[in-house]
Ligand binder design. Structure first.
Ligand code: NDP
Ligand code: MG
Length: 361
């Protein structure tokens, strides 16, 4: 069998480095190239492991990277960069790959319809990496009534509510289960991440908002459930380790990855999401039917999380900033990716204004 060629966009990050680990363990895949943004040291380490791979900095040589994609047309492209930038990069790379293994959330959260149009136009396979969506992808069939995805509840899940709003970046970055990039770790504490995942699930599986339930499941063993019309519930479980869904996104429809452990089932517990603890999660019900509001939700969160991590705003301000920015933006129809890029820019300016005016009235 011929080797499958793989390109990783964002190889130096959490998903990127775990993809590298998977590639070192499975046979039949060849790392053709990868990108990093600023971590040159890590990029060099990866190059030592895969000396034949071509490396590009997205900060300095993004156009050469797209030329490389066009000339090599890899079998699989792993998109593992965070933020709205991921949407722009996805649109540029879809025409040149056969399979998009998608970790970046914003592509579908902000611009799902444009990504899906491009995927269809170019006959590309879209395989999710996110553990909950990988679970649903593996369970999905025709006669589905609804699905459920789980949430760990993030780093602040057990903190008393009266101390929640004073949480510091170091508290928020201590995730109880997963080891991930900074933004998604903060988004797990606020559960913005789970709001994103509801939107991703709507896009990936053509579901309505009311067909998607979310449970807090602290041990993160069950990742997704599919409720069939005949009363059957199919449940996907695995040790919480991103290398498992990453491997599946590469080897699908085969399973070539070997994992030596299984989860412990003695304490399975599912709880409702608390409104007072996770107000930003519940914003999903106000924004899900508008790509504009979804883009504002993301942009405001990107700006506010960055500011929170730099110690410039409190946890309470982070939550309020996102709420206010979404409230201030009107719902307008988006008809092109270019318009969406403009909305993203506008939303960032709007968020900066919200931050500047905070406390003035
Ligand atoms: P990290 O912050 O760990 O890594 C980000 C990667 O993207 C790095 O390689 C970084 O390069 C690169 N990068 C950063 N900014 C840019 C930019 N502006 N343009 C191009 N590349 C950039 O993130 P994660 O790996 O945690 O997450 C990546 C994506 O996957 C996110 O969208 C996240 O929501 C999603 N995801 C992550 C999961 C996880 O377990 N980590 C689970 C499910 C989804 P460098 O470091 O060289 O600067
Ligand atoms: Mg997830």
């Amino acid at each position: 069998m011929e080797e499958k060629s793989v390109v990783i966009i964002g190889a130096t990050g959490s998903i990127g480095t775990q993809t590298i680990e998977v590639l070192r363990k499975i046979k039949g895949f060849k790392l053709l190239g990868f990108t990093y943004h600023s971590n040159e040291v890590k990029a060099r380490e990866i190059l030592k492991l895969f000396p034949e791979a071509k490396v590009f900095s997205t900060k300095k040589e993004i156009e050469s990277f797209y030329d490389f994609m066009e000339s090599t047309k890899p079998d699989i492209t792993v998109l593992a960069i965070p933020g709205f930038e991921g949407f722009k990069v996805a649109l540029k790379t879809i025409p040149f790959t056969k399979r998009l293994a998608l970790a970046n959330k914003e592509s579908l959260v902000c611009g799902g319809k444009f990504i899906k149009e491009e995927i269809k136009r170019h006959g590309v396979e879209l395989i999710p990496i996110d553990s909950e969506h990988s679970a649903i992808f593996q369970l999905m069939e025709d006669n589905v009534e609804k699905i459920a995805i789980t949430a760990s509840g993030g780093a602040l899940r057990d903190i008393p509510l009266n101390e929640l709003w004073e949480a510091k970046p170091e508290d928020v970055l201590k995730h109880p289960v997963w080891n991930m990039g900074a933004r998604i770790t903060v988004d797990s504490a606020t559960m913005v991440n789970k709001a994103f995942e509801v939107l991703e699930a709507m896009e990936l599986f053509s579901l309505r908002r009311e067909q998607i339930e979310v449970y807090i499941h602290k041990s993160s063993i069950v990742h997704g459930m599919v409720f069939l019309k005949d009363g059957t519930v199919k449940i996907h479980a695995a040790i919480p380790d991103m290398r498992v869904p990453i491997a599946y996104s590469l080897t699908y429809p085969e399973r070539l990855y070997e994992y030596e452990e299984y989860p412990e089932f003695s304490t399975l517990k599912f709880e409702e999401v608390e409104k007072e603890r996770y107000p930003l999660f519940f914003l999903v019900d106000e924004i899900y039917d508008s790509y504009t509001l979804r883009t504002v939700f993301n942009a405001a969160d990107e700006v506010a999380v960055d500011s929170f991590l730099k110690g410039k705003m409190s946890y309470k301000d982070l939550v309020e900033t996102v709420e206010k920015a979404v409230e201030k933006m009107e719902k307008i129809e988006v008809t092109s990716p270019e318009e969406l890029v403009e909305i993203d820019k506008k939303a960032r300016i709007l968020t900066e204004e919200v931050i500047k005016n905070a406390g003035k009235n």
